[in-house]
Design a protein around this ligand. Structure first.
Ligand code: ATP
Ligand code: PRP
Length: 219
């Protein structure tokens, strides 16, 4: 990383849809249509800024290890990564949802050892440990809502927004583990060495978040 360049790691998928307009409001526009390209790194209108597009679960790794200066990822991914190796200065207040446990409707979770399936294995382990529950954690990568129905587990830990996916699969929300939204994270060294570049971007993003909030309360 050169001292004068900024590498921003973006989460692909639903966060990307919502974050590109915010970046544009903050003065950062990719040089080409990210959605039409197979590239993973993009130049933009500001010659010193590059945008990487990767999975949310990899964003904290790139930022902590310094290959990206700034990352944009869901709080769920940041909690799962579990490190304090970067700063988390800004909540972009987009892609809001909740990390929850969920179980088949009416199921009694009273066995002495719960089988919990999740892609958030650290979040699940820590949560049930704090509750004093003995658990076996089963790592899955997606379609978690199928797992209890197939007898793989007693309950799951996943993100929930409308609750439609849970309902459609005969599950009900149980414990609310954490609120999730999209956060900006910053490499510790970049925060010092590239202070002005980083602060100026954070300020512009904060202004965009505030402006959007005003528009949505007005309408
Ligand atoms: P990966 O691509 O690594 O498998 P994913 O499929 O969970 O991850 P997305 O579904 O695009 O990726 O979600 C990206 C982020 O958006 C999540 O980390 C979370 O913060 C947020 N998110 C996930 N599901 C929802 C939802 N239903 N509503 C709102 N935000 C969500
Ligand atoms: C996410 C999440 C849930 C669903 C919750 O899935 O894994 O399955 O959204 O949203 P809801 O409460 O509004 O139904 P996504 O659509 O991103 O698919 P994937 O995780 O399987 O890729």
């Amino acid at each position: 990383m050169s001292d004068k360049n900024l590498v921003i790691a973006l989460t692909k998928g639903r966060i990307l849809d919502e974050v590109l307009p915010l970046l544009e409001q903050a003065g950062i526009v990719p040089a080409e249509d990210i959605f039409k390209s197979r590239k993973l790194i993009f130049a933009c209108n500001l010659p010193h800024v590059q945008l990487m597009v990767i999975r949310g679960s990899d964003v904290p790794t790139y930022v902590e290890l310094g290959s990206a200066d700034i990352g944009i990822a869901g709080k769920d991914m940041i909690m799962e990564y579990g490190s304090r190796g970067f700063y988390e200065p800004l909540d972009l207040e987009i892609a809001g949802c909740r990390l929850m446990s969920a179980a088949p409707i009416g199921a009694k979770l009273d066995s002495p050892r719960l089988r919990v399936a999740s892609k958030f294995v650290n979040v699940a382990k820590n949560y049930f440990y704090e509750q004093g529950r003995q658990v076996d954690i089963i790592k899955l990568s997606g379609a978690l809502e199928l797992a209890p129905f197939m007898g793989l587990c007693d309950c799951i830990v996943d993100v929930v927004d409308t609750g439609n996916t849970l309902r459609a699969n005969g599950l009900e929300p149980r414990d609310h583990i954490a609120d999730v939204s999209t956060r900006v994270i910053v490499n510790r060294a970049s925060m010092k060495i590239k202070h002005d570049l980083v602060q100026s971007l954070l300020q512009r993003l904060q202004q965009a978040v505030t402006a959007n909030k005003k528009t949505s309360t007005a309408s």
